[in-house]
Design a protein around this ligand. Sequence first.
Ligand SMILES: *Cc1c(COP(=O)(O)O)cnc(C)c1O
Length: 380
Amino acid sequence: MQESMNIKRNILLNPGPATTTDTVKMAQIVPDICPREKEFASMMKEMREDLVRIVHGDLGKYTSVLFCGSGTINIDICLNSLLPEGKKVLVINNGAYSTRAAEICEYYGLPFIDLKFPVDEQPDLEIIEQTLQQNPDIALVHTTHNETGTGILNPVREIGALVHRYGAVFTVDTTSTYAMRPIDIEKDNIDFCMASAQKGLMAMTGLSFVVGNTEMIRKSADYPKRSYYCNLYLQYHFFETTGEMHFTPPVQTIYAARQALDEYFAEGETAKWQRHLSVFEAIHAGLERLGFQDIIKRELQAGLVVSVRYPDDANWDFEKVHDYCYERGYTIYPGKVSEQSTFRLCALGAITAEDIKEFFVVLEEALNAYNIKIPVYYVK
Ligand SMILES: *Cc1c(COP(=O)(O)O)cnc(C)c1O
């Protein structure tokens, strides 16, 4: 069946969805099934446990809850579901994805502090501690592990230790690290992490999940219900009592995620992370050879996303370079830094350093085709 498929292999260097294997693509082709059947429920039960295993969570203490939606649904769910009445959220914000969390608080009318830090720096732990000290009503702290807009890694273990010292719950958006950069939910002081099947798992879009502390979910049963569809406790409770998702699950996407989990465990956490790192190194090597500059200090990068400055060459045109690469099977992606023009190259997906070498041959051809000088030129 695999041989007969012959689907073109595209190399996605965007920050998700990621390049998938053919076996994951094929896993979506299954006999029609009603997801209320026991067979489907038992597959989801096993999947929920495997999702906890990926972050080394003790199944006696941690659980996972599946949702139908893109990754942002997890941020929405954690923030609106885990805040007791009369308490406040603290968003530790040094990038676009934490800004998204602050906007979610705003839209729900949740009391929150948007604690902003420069996008190219890690958050300052002293300022975080002062804020926790001065606001004893903070019950929920949220931040992003790898700010996918820039590629900066945030020190979640250190932040989490502070959060716990002040008795708050710590939710971390790990969408762009989960199943790639190793996470140990308990050692990393994370109460809730989250991801979407199309990122580190290298599966399909439409399935997202929150992995976190079961006791805290149970405790949230009495918190205000601020959303009908996106409530963590309600979905958890439905899974625990019926084995099913409350509303229709993305059936074929779940079959693909099942296959992707098998491939994850077969590749192994360490080997997979080494592969992503070798892709990341190859991206840096290629960029350096062509003279490109990145915006985040190398030692602060999470190892998955490189944010590249636009060259100052008058002939530089991101759209044209993008289209040239796209037509040849390589997708590059615009940046997400408001003050600077950048594009991104990411190390997600079922790709290797060899693919990156081939990509840079194409990128160099694109620069030549549009008379962009190599090495690329910057004013300063
Ligand atoms: C991809 C991503 C998300 C989810 O984005 P969607 O467009 O909703 O899939 C959330 N947080 C981070 C850090 C991400 O990288």
